[in-house]
Write a protein that binds this ligand. Structure first.
Ligand SMILES: C[S@@+](CC[C@H](N)C(=O)[O-])C[C@H]1O[C@@H](n2cnc3c(N)ncnc32)[C@H](O)[C@@H]1O
Length: 389
């Protein structure tokens, strides 16, 4: 628990700078910002805190060892020599995952198998039996990073991606990852004390993530299982105390106003969004409405120096042939809606379709690149004044 080691926090492409700000805000040093991760350092306890509090991360990897390796047998031997009996319970379960870039490995599964065999053989030699192993990432997970002659082995303390908060019970078409919704909100000018309007809310991800921020609920509070819980060093009392401290902080924000609005014209979407908000414990903060997006009620803006209110829309983007023509009109109507109803707000549109985005026909004040699933996407910002611009 108490060794300070390198911690690598992974994330989706193009959001590592937002993740780095989150890491820093938690008082942890940022050692480097890379395409798909942020490096920091800390103890296993720090890794638990990161799992609990980060909104834009996918996994928290705690480094155990670095070593030079030229071929699979050397990998086996180095892993065999490590005292795994101090990490994995004898009657536990573990899985091995990896990123490998070495000429001797054409299939990562071969490297994973070498690591698994080395650990299993070490346990067999010492105890005559061994922990179970397989592909499931619900218990102890080890991560091998091997490029050229350098390798490192990590405890993946998260297991399942942290994006899976546990509140999304129902989804409708094209739901976005929870961590991406959080990253979008964190890159807007919106401040959690201000209204947040989310027309075309689908299964409610953006509105729910906003409400969690408003209530200062750490997203990890909603989740029951992490890989670190299946390590030998895990102490449930410490985890309970960590959660308890954050819950108390959250309670002091229970007075949050009900100024998040989420609407959609699909009744299944509104049902799903309501169920998900209930599961996330934030349904009291969101006003849902079944309607065309243009009928979305816009709360009065409050005078505050802290940030701005925002309208965030993730419209359909016409992945299927023939849909695009119909959507041109929809995007043009978004421009009209912003002009007619959004004065005093920042408007944001998140879409994978640049041609459709042009139909909004308003001047953007900022464009930010993201990746949604595998699709390059943009978050377009519009500063909305009274009258047209
Ligand atoms: C890409 S999905 C939004 C997904 C959402 N971000 C999520 O995480 O679940 C687009 C949503 O826009 C809704 N929609 C499309 N046209 C609409 C309209 N004219 N008025 C209101 N909602 C509309 C669809 O029902 C769909 O739920």
């Amino acid at each position: 628990m108490s060794y300070t080691r390198k911690i690598v926090v992974t994330c989706a492409p193009l959001i590592s700078s937002i993740l780095a700000q989150e890491v820093e805000a938690l008082g942890m040093p940022v050692k480097s910002i890379n395409r798909l991760d942020v490096e920091t350092e800390g103890t296993l306890l720090d890794a638990m805190k990161l799992n609990l509090q980060l909104r834009t991360a996918h996994r928290v990897l705690y480094q155990l060892q670095t070593f030079s390796v030229n071929q699979p047998d050397e990998l086996y031997q180095t892993i065999y020599d490590y005292p795994w009996e101090n990490q994995i319970p004898l009657d536990g379960y573990f899985s091995v995952q990896s990123y490998v870039n070495h000429p001797s490995i054409t299939d990562n599964r071969f490297a994973n198998l070498k690591v698994k065999d080395a650990i299993a053989d070490r346990f067999m030699k010492q105890f005559g039996r061994r922990p179970d192993s397989g592909p499931k990432s619900e218990q102890a997970v080890l991560f091998l990073y091997w490029t050229e002659q350098e390798a490192a082995i990590y405890l993946d303390t998260s297991g399942e991606s942290l994006s899976k908060r546990g509140y999304r019970e129902v989804t409708v078409a094209a739901p976005m990852q929870e961590s991406l919704a959080a990253a979008l909100l964190l890159s807007t000018n919106w401040h959690p004390s201000q209204p947040l309007v989310n027309p075309m809310c689908g299964s409610g991800t953006i509105a729910i993530e906003a409400a969690l921020m408003q209530q200062r609920t750490p997203p990890g509070l909603l989740r029951g299982n992490y890989s670190f819980m299946h390590l030998k060093s895990y102490q449930s009392g410490i985890w309970r105390r960590l959660r308890q401290d954050l819950k108390l902080d959250q309670q002091s924000r229970r007075d949050a106003q009900r100024n998040i609005v989420a609407t959609d014209n699909n009744p299944d979407a509104i049902d799903a969004a309501k169920k998900n908000a209930r599961a996330a414990g934030v349904s009291h903060l969101i006003q849902f409405q079944l309607s065309d997006f243009s009928e979305t009620p816009i709360p009065d803006t409050t005078n505050s120096s802290a940030g701005k209110p925002a309208i965030v829309i993730n419209p359909p983007y016409g992945a299927r042939l023939g849909e695009e023509r119909k959507l041109e009109l929809l995007y043009a109507r978004i421009g009209d809606f912003f002009k007619q109803q959004g004065a005093g707000y920042y408007g944001y549109v998140f879409t994978a379709n640049k041609a459709l985005a042009k139909k909004i026909a308003l001047k953007t004040s900022k464009k930010q690149e993201f990746v949604n699933g595998k699709l390059p996407s943009q978050l377009l910002e519009y500063e909305l004044y009274t009258g047209s611009k």
